[in-house]
Design a protein around this ligand. Structure first.
Ligand code: GDP
Length: 444
């Protein structure tokens, strides 16, 4: 699973990391390619669109960190948005209720419901040390109950003795009663499937649910069916209510669209993934691990995280030092604007940076609001590191290139440079004052 998506993304990232400077247009193009790759992987249109919009927004607002290349930054952003799309954190099965805790398994025939039920039972027994009882409520398929009993013996978990002539609700009642009497912690109810969703099936699920009040209702869906699995989940959730999803056949060579869209479209967490027919082939769904598997960029992600943490600490110190020396280039401006954004807009920055507070009026008269901060940073983002350090080298042709990269007019670039000059003059004056006034900050 995810192989072809993974290949495409690594091609896109290769191109990005090979270049030193990136313009906003380069990033936008890369993110368009990411979106195409997601669509090719059968990711739902809404999801792919939201994905690239979010990533684009973050790339423009991203802090430019010296030890990290813009390409690496974009990779980190794609990684973060991917993790968020997948649901951020792993969500295990909850047993947080009075025993016996009922877990109801629902899904279409052949999705892997019975197999998954036995796998979960084994897991709860071995890892959580729970006493588990399984019951098959499938009275349509004669072999279904026997199949669960065979799996039960295989994993060493009890199954409810088979009794003919009972309805699914009657079997559920018998299961809950025996569990109560015999002190089981968890009851897994394996319901009947159909080849497709129909009203009698849904009604049967609703009846079982209202009798057993399951703490979890897990939809088992075949990952190889892509968007069908997502639509199925939506339907089941609307009619029966679902607390989590188990995606099976993640060992197959599907494109991964179901796994990638499920959370976003249904709002329900993927709790587990099944990766084979063996009873141990069941894993927690970890968004971070899946993102790493798809992107194969764990090293870069860790690198950027480490750098970002260090930068956060150093940034304020360094900014203060440079300002004291009367130095304030475009990189500094971008850093400050980045900090301002992080601290919740200009208001936040004003109160935190003593020097800048004095410029409040100037900034206000320059109409610098949060939107223009984004635009300013977009312009600086389109410059090479050298240009950021030496704004003086910015002549007409460079300005034209930067403007095109940031998707603004050349006048906007000029305006930014003028704003920077004004701020820089103020910084210099303040730095000079400090140098003159106190020996401590003296020599640079
Ligand atoms: P049910 O009708 O939903 O109960 O489906 P079953 O549990 O009977 O599974 C149908 C088939 O799919 C069986 O042959 C299982 O061994 C197989 N199966 C279940 N889960 C997986 C999985 O994660 N990967 C693979 N490759 N096969 C699976």
């Amino acid at each position: 699973m995810f192989e072809s998506l993974s290949d495409k993304l690594s091609g896109i990232f290769d191109k990005l990391t090979r270049r030193g400077a990136l313009s906003e247009a380069d990033v936008a193009e890369a993110l368009r390619e990411v979106r195409r790759a997601l669509l090719d992987a059968d990711v739902a249109l809404d999801v792919a669109r939201a994905f690239s919009e979010k990533a684009q927004e973050r790339a423009v607002g991203a802090n430019i960190v010296k030890s990290i290349s813009p390409g690496q930054m974009v990779i980190k952003i794609v990684n973060d948005v991917l993790v968020e799309t997948l649901g951020e954190t792993a969500e295990p099965i909850s047993l947080d209720a009075n025993p016996p805790v009922a877990i109801m398994m629902v899904g279409l025939q052949g999705a892997g419901k019975t197999t998954t039920t036995a796998k979960i039972a084994k897991r709860l027994k071995e890892r959580e040390k729970k006493r588990v009882l399984m019951a098959s409520l499938d009275v349509k398929r004669p072999a279904a109950q026997e199949q669960l009993a065979v799996l039960g013996r295989q994993v060493g978990v009890d199954t409810l003795p088979i009794m003919g002539g009972q309805t699914p609700v009657q079997i559920a009642r018998r299961a809950m009663e025996s569990a109560r009497k015999e002190g089981y912690d968890v009851v897994l109810l394996d319901t009947a499937g159909r080849t497709h969703i129909d009203e009698p099936l849904m009604q049967e699920m609703v009846d079982i649910k209202s009798y057993a009040s399951p703490h979890e209702i897990l939809l088992v869906a075949d990952a190889l069916t892509g968007q069908d699995a997502v639509n199925l989940a939506k339907n089941f959730d609307q009619r029966v209510g679902v607390t989590g999803i188990v995606l099976t056949r993640m060992d197959g060579d599907g494109r991964g669209g179901a796994a990638l869209s499920m959370r976003f479209v249904t709002g329900k967490p993927i709790k587990l993934i099944a990766t084979g027919e063996k009873m141990d082939a069941l894993d927690e769904f970890s968004p971070k691990r899946i993102a790493d598997r798809i992107l194969g960029m764990g090293d870069i992600v860790a690198l950027v995280e480490k750098a970002a943490a260090a930068i956060d600490q150093q940034e304020a110190m360094r900014a203060a030092e440079r300002m004291a020396k009367g130095k304030f280039d475009l990189q500094d401006l971008s850093d400050q604007l980045g900090m301002a954004e992080k601290m919740g807009g200009l208001g936040g920055m004003m109160s935190l940076l003593p020097g800048v507070a004095k410029m409040k009026d100037q900034l206000a008269s320059a109409k610098m609001d949060d939107k223009s901060i984004k635009r300013m940073r977009g312009i600086i983002f389109s410059m090479t590191p050298k240009e950021r350090r030496n704004p003086d080298i910015l002549k007409a042709s460079r300005k034209k290139r930067i403007a095109a990269g940031a998707g603004v007019k050349v006048e906007e670039v000029n305006k930014l440079l003028k704003q920077h000059r004004t701020m820089s003059d103020v910084m210099k004056a303040m730095g000079g004052m400090k140098r003159g006034g106190g020996g401590m900050m003296g020599k640079a």
